[in-house]
Structures are given as C-alpha cells and as structure tokens.
Design a protein around this ligand. Structure first.
Ligand code: KDG
Ligand code: MG
Length: 409
C-alpha cells in the first residue's frame, strides 16, 4: 500500500486549520491535523518543502518506521513545528490503516476500555452572575465537568473569559487567536488574581454543590511559590485539576508546587515530546498529561507518553480547544477510549462553519464523547468547502504587567 499523493490543506472556516491528506495507490485517504495556532504557515511550509517529497512512494502501512524516518532523519529534533508536522503524517497513516481494516481506529489501539470519554466544557464569566449562567448553560448541554475561568477586578481582559455572555450556551467566544495585524495586548496582575480566584471557587461550590468536577487553567502565569499558594488556597474546593500553574518548560518548578499542595496538577499542552515529561512523570510531580495528538508527534508518540505516564499512575487530560481541528479531536477520542489511564478530555465545540468543512461522526451525549464506529478516524474533509475559506493571519495575544513588562500568556 504505497503513498501516491500528499496534500496540505490550509483553510479558515472561522479559524485557521492545517490538514494533511495522504492518499494511497489504492485510493484510501487519511487525514492528520497539523494546526499550530498563530504559526500555521510555518508547519505548512515544513510539510510542503521537507516532508511531502519524502512520503510519496513510501509504504503507507509502515507507521512506526515513517515516524522514526521523519524524527531521526531530520537530525533537528523536537519543537512544535516539526512535531506538529510529524503528528499529521502519523495520524493520517493511522487513519489509512484503520480505514483499510474497516475498523474505527480505537480498535487497532487495543479496543475500548470505556463507553465514552468524560469531557469538560469551558464556563467563564466576567463576574459571578455571568459565570453561574455559563456553568448552568454547560450543565444543560450535558457537561458533567466544568472548567471555571473568571474575570479579575481591575483587569480588562483575562485569558479564557468570554467577552460577553451574549453567545449563550457553550459558545465560548474567547477565541484567543485574533485576525489583527499585531497580537492583542492583555494585562496581568498576579496578586489581584491570587486574591480573587479562591473566592470565586468558594462561590461556585456553594452554588453548585460538592460533587461537580471543577477545573481551572492558570495558563503559565505564576511563579512556583505563587502557584503553590494558589493550590493550597483552592484545596477546600476540591478541584479536579489546576492546569499550567507555571511555565511548562521548567519541569523542576513542579517540585516546589507539589511539596505545598494536594490540588491535582495538569501540564503539557505546549509540550511536544516525551522528553518534556521525564522529570514530571518519574518524580510523580503531575496528575494529568495535557498533550494533544496534534502537537506531540501524533497517535504513536502520545500513546507512548501515556503508557509512560501509566507506570506512575498519571492519567490523560488531552488538550481540546478549538485550535485542535476536528481531525485532531477525533484522534484524541480514539486514544481516550483505548488507553487504560484515561482521565478527562477537554472539549470546545467547533463552529458550524468548521463542521461544514470537516464532517465529523464523533458524538457527545450525557457528558461523554465517543469517536463513533466509522472506519478510521471518522472525519471527512470537504476540500471544495475548505477552498471557500482562505487562510487569514491571526495571532495569539501577548500579556503585559501594569508597568509594561511582557509576561507569560
Ligand atoms: O492555542 C492556544 C490555546 O489552545 C490555549 O491557550 C488553550 O490553554 C488552553 C486550553 O487549556 O485549552
Ligand atoms: Mg490550557
């Protein structure tokens, strides 16, 4: 089963996506997500210039060998651009293998360990009434676990907080990438954040009771000692996790946080290699692996990370915002079903425009996602529809302190 053609499709149905489509000599196609939010064209160029020419004529069934060929063969290893490109190839080859077998991908990964993947939705509000409305709307949609992001008194815009509740339902209108000439600048004050957030969780617990799983994303903004303080302050509210408390690249920072708090910790959405996890896992410094198939070298590589995590009792909590395309989301759901150490899956619904270009078959019911039993990933790309949505440059924001100092976003 040789690879006959490889296409890189860049489309912007509401937001940008980079998709790799591999076609075999016998006409089977497979899809892989290569979207790197705000840096999409770098991955497109990497694929077009350096990967596509290597793939035509290769054996489409040799997934592990192709992964090693692209990873070791480049000599320059890791990095988000390289690993998103490799992820797309790997995912597309798994899609082809499963379609050829007439099976949903999760069957080739060992079969289902559960009936569905518990998903968490994004509730947010500039103040408590807005936040409560957003949580109620998510519960009505069937979510059984909720991420809580809140406005901070004195700060205009804060990561993860929708600009208005007007969208209603689960339309989370805080889309971080914006089509502006320069990145939007947001403001930040860690002391104001640390003063406010515990009171928000106290209010949410007293309104919604003790059992609802609640999550929170610190989005890399704290120092280790600040994060330790927040984790400790949130202990009475029994969080499912505190995510990205400190910048991800500093694995040792988690040691200090861990020494001070029993709030579960999640990290890894910006990681792209198993080597980003070695200290974190072997020293049991985290509870959840946040990587996405899209950014970690594909199904093959993330499965290895999760098997490594399982040795230390660490579970999955894959990244699933809207910049993970429906192809990347479907790949995640197949892994979610197949690995024993599944924890939770992030889920932001894509827009109607996106779902017109990517025809999905995965389902969400009673709080659980299921990839469906369609062969392969279960996603079809409508290339003609994609052509109607040309790429639009968009940037993620940057973040500044009151004195203008650039801070982690
Ligand atoms: O592209 C960046 C977003 O995917 C990221 O900011 C979202 O932190 C995020 C999350 O947890 O979904
Ligand atoms: Mg996050």
């Amino acid at each position: 089963m040789k690879i006959a053609a490889v296409d890189v499709v860049v489309t912007c149905p509401g937001r940008n996506f980079v998709t790799l489509r591999i076609t075999t000599e016998d006409g089977i196609t497979g899809l892989g997500d290569a979207t790197l939010n705000g840096r999409e064209l770098a991955v497109e160029a990497y694929l077009r210039e350096h990967v596509v020419p290597l793939l035509v004529g290769r054996d489409a069934s040799a997934i592990e060998d192709t992964w090693q060929y692209l990873y070791r063969g480049a000599y320059w290893r890791r990095g988000p651009v390289t690993m998103a490109a490799i992820a797309a190839v790997d995912t597309a080859l798994w899609d082809i293998k499963a379609r050829a077998a007439g099976m949903p991908l999760y069957q080739l990964l060992g079969g289902a360990c559960r009936v569905g993947a518990l998903a968490y939705g994004h509730a947010s509000g500039r103040d408590l009434p807005e936040l409560f409305d957003s949580i109620r709307a998510h519960l009505e949609l069937g979510f059984r676990a909720i991420r809580v992001q809140t406005g901070i008194p004195g700060l205009d815009t804060v990561y993860g907080v929708a600009a208005s509740a007007a969208g209603g339902g689960d339309r989370y209108d805080y889309e971080p990438a914006r089509p502006t000439a320069l990145p939007v600048e947001e403001s930040w004050d860690t002391r104001a954040y640390l003063r406010h957030v515990p009171s928000v969780f106290e209010a949410v617990r007293s309104e919604f009771g003790p059992s609802l799983p609640l999550l929170h994303d610190g989005h890399h903004r704290m120092t280790p000692i600040e994060a330790a303080r927040l984790g400790k302050a949130l202990e009475p509210y029994d969080l499912f996790w505190l995510e990205d408390a400190t910048p991800g690249e500093d694995q040792a920072a988690l040691r200090l946080i861990r020494q001070h708090t029993t709030t579960p910790l999640a990290i890894g959405e910006v990681f792209n290699s198993i080597h980003d996890y070695t200290t974190l896992l072997s020293e049991r410094l985290i509870d959840y692996v946040r990587s996405a198939v899209t950014h970690t070298g594909g199904v093959t590589a993330l499965k290895k990370v999760l098997d490594f995590a399982a040795v230390y009792g660490v579970k999955s909590g894959m990244h699933g915002p809207t910049d993970i395309s429906p192809v990347g989301m479907a790949a995640a759901l197949h892994l979610d079903l197949a690995v024993h150490n599944f924890g939770i899956q992030e889920y932001m619904r894509h827009s109607a425009e996106t779902l017109a270009v990517f025809r999905t078959s995965y389902t969400f019911a009673d709080g659980l996602l299921h990839p469906s039993d369609a062969p392969g990933l279960g996603v079809e790309l409508d290339v003609d529809a994609a052509d109607h949505f040309p790429y639009r440059a968009a940037y993620l924001p940057v973040n500044r302190l009151a004195d203008g100092t650039l801070h982690d976003w």
